[in-house]
Ligand binder design. Structure first.
Ligand code: SAH
Length: 236
């Protein structure tokens, strides 16, 4: 049997994991052994009596920087646990994470996610261990743990067997380059708003067309950036 897909999170706060990844869909998959989650604490890879993981920035200025030697030893230990895993540094300077990247990473042989704290990690370890920098958006958090969890949630649910119906993955936002159409369920009328008639009439082709039109309209209104890409790809 092949080894389960493994993620190793490098953190100063291993108690944060699995956190939200331990419940519902991702948690059930974890229990079933469809994927594995390990943590390594940078603190365990220090070699001074104060167990220091950070130091003041060269050149001065505010904050502290994570030491490259400690980070490198932690990454090397992670590579022992997951030899073919992709090493990633969660970082606001990174490539913006999106669904295409989630798909690509879901086909990797595992992930090593370095979760920064303070001002982040010494630049030299990024280079020395060829870390790919990935950002979850244009904002700054205090640490990379929640960023790693966001990334893992999006990646793990694309792995085979994790989400019940493969169909539900295909119709989602971004999948066709569009945001998803709106959803409705019972009751038939909610605070004066009925469910659109077409969804109740039972003509599957009409429903498909209606959903596609709504998806296009919503994308056009909310995300002109995505809409322009979609239009170009479908211009004939
Ligand atoms: N000084 C850095 C920010 C450090 S924030 C800068 O200006 O770029 C501390 C840590 O939080 C980072 O090392 C990173 O691991 C994590 N982090 C913060 N915001 C993030 C984001 N948008 N995406 C991914 N990781 C983030």
């Amino acid at each position: 049997m092949t080894n389960p897909w493994r993620a190793v999170c490098l953190t100063l706060f291993p108690d944060l994991f699995p956190g939200p990844l331990g419940i519902s869909v991702t948690g059930a998959a974890l229990q079933k052994g469809l994927w594995e989650l390990k943590t390594l604490n940078f603190r365990d890879f220090t070699n001074d009596k104060h167990r220091s993981v950070d130091d003041s920035p060269a050149g001065g200025g505010a904050g502290m920087v994570m030491r490259p030697d400690v980070a490198a030893r932690t990454i090397d230990a992670a590579l022992d646990l997951a030899p073919h895993a992709r090493p990633i540094y969660m970082s606001p300077r990174g490539k913006p994470f999106n669904q295409a990247m989630a798909k690509e990473l879901s086909q990797s042989q595992g992930l090593i996610l370095l979760c920064g704290r303070f001002e982040g990690v010494d630049e030299r370890v990024i280079k020395a261990r060829r870390l790919q920098e990935v950002s979850i958006g244009d904002f700054v958090m205090t640490g990379g743990e929640m960023a790693a969890m966001c990334l893992l949630d999006a990646v793990v649910r694309l792995r085979s067997g994790v989400v019940g119906s493969a169909e539900s993955l295909q119709e989602e936002s971004f999948e066709q380059g569009l945001l998803e159409h709106p959803h409705y369920t019972r009751p038939r009328e909610f605070e004066g708003q009925p469910i659109p008639e077409v969804l109740l009439a039972g003509n599957h082709e009409h429903i498909r067309q209606w959903r596609k039109e709504r998806a296009k309209q919503i994308t056009k209104e909310r995300r002109p950036d995505l809409w322009n890409i979609y239009k170009k790809a479908h211009a004939s």
